[in-house]
Design a protein around this ligand. Structure first.
Ligand SMILES: [Zn+2]
Length: 236
């Protein structure tokens, strides 16, 4: 992954070009470069130090066709809706809206029932997944940690798009809630990956050996995440 080192504040050109654009000053940059951050769904313009706001605006206008074409290629935002089929912790589940019920959100025979009005359906499903993910991922991670004699204090569910999981030296693990929507082998791989970090805080050969010890099948999930992980960002 390319890392952009920021060297200070930049200007805001969103209003001038009529589109939300993130401008960053990249260290040592000699020219302007434009890309689309598909995770955050926003165009990012990297500018050198000498670049003026006027210059940045005309650069964007020159590349507007490219920008519009590539923004339209992004996978559409997905909202949880009535009748939608999702993969939840590796199980096919169908969402069923029950507007007249007042029972919250509950799972029964592969149906995810959601009470309340339609406008809150997406939010309710998301909240339900986050809550379930916290206990489910904690359960799986705790089991794996025990296998390698490591202590695990807590599992937190995050909404960040920068990473699928992270592990701190204080033996706490964070996971993205979107992983709950991935196939089972992906969940198993990611948990093995983060739990292995309890023992090895790097990506050394020993670390990967530990991942393999926890999950011999890890490569399947690893590949899926690399190839299809982006699709999970469609869920906002
Ligand atoms: Zn890692």
């Amino acid at each position: 992954m390319k890392i952009t080192l920021l060297t200070g504040k930049t200007f805001d050109i969103s209003e001038a070009v009529g589109m939300n654009i993130k401008v960053v000053q990249a260290k040592g940059a000699r020219k302007l470069t434009l890309r689309i951050d598909t995770k955050e769904r926003v165009p990012v313009l990297s500018v050198p130090k000498w670049c003026s706001k006027k210059h940045a605006v005309s650069f964007i206008n020159e590349h507007m066709d490219w920008l519009i074409e590539n923004l339209s290629k992004m996978p559409p935002i997905k909202h949880f809706t009535d009748g939608m089929e999702i993969s939840l912790f590796g199980q096919k589940v169908q969402i069923k809206h029950c507007p007249n019920e007042r029972r919250g959100t509950w799972l029964e025979d592969n149906m995810l029932y959601v009470s309340g009005s339609a406008e809150f359906l997406h939010r309710r499903v998301k909240d339900y997944i986050k809550k379930q993910a916290e206990s489910e991922f904690f359960r799986i991670s705790l089991q794996l940690a025990a296998q390698i004699g490591q202590k695990l204090n807590s599992v937190c569910i995050k909404d960040t798009k920068s990473r699928w999981g992270s592990c701190s030296s204080l033996h706490n693990i964070n996971y993205s809630w979107r992983i709950a929507l991935a196939p089972k082998e992906v969940i198993d791989y990611l948990m093995a990956h983060e739990v292995a970090h309890l023992k090895h805080q790097d990506h050394s050969a020993e670390f990967w050996k530990c991942v393999d010890e926890l999950n011999h099948d890890w490569q399947k999930g690893h590949k899926w995440l690399k190839k299809n992980g982006k699709s999970l960002y469609s869920y906002q």
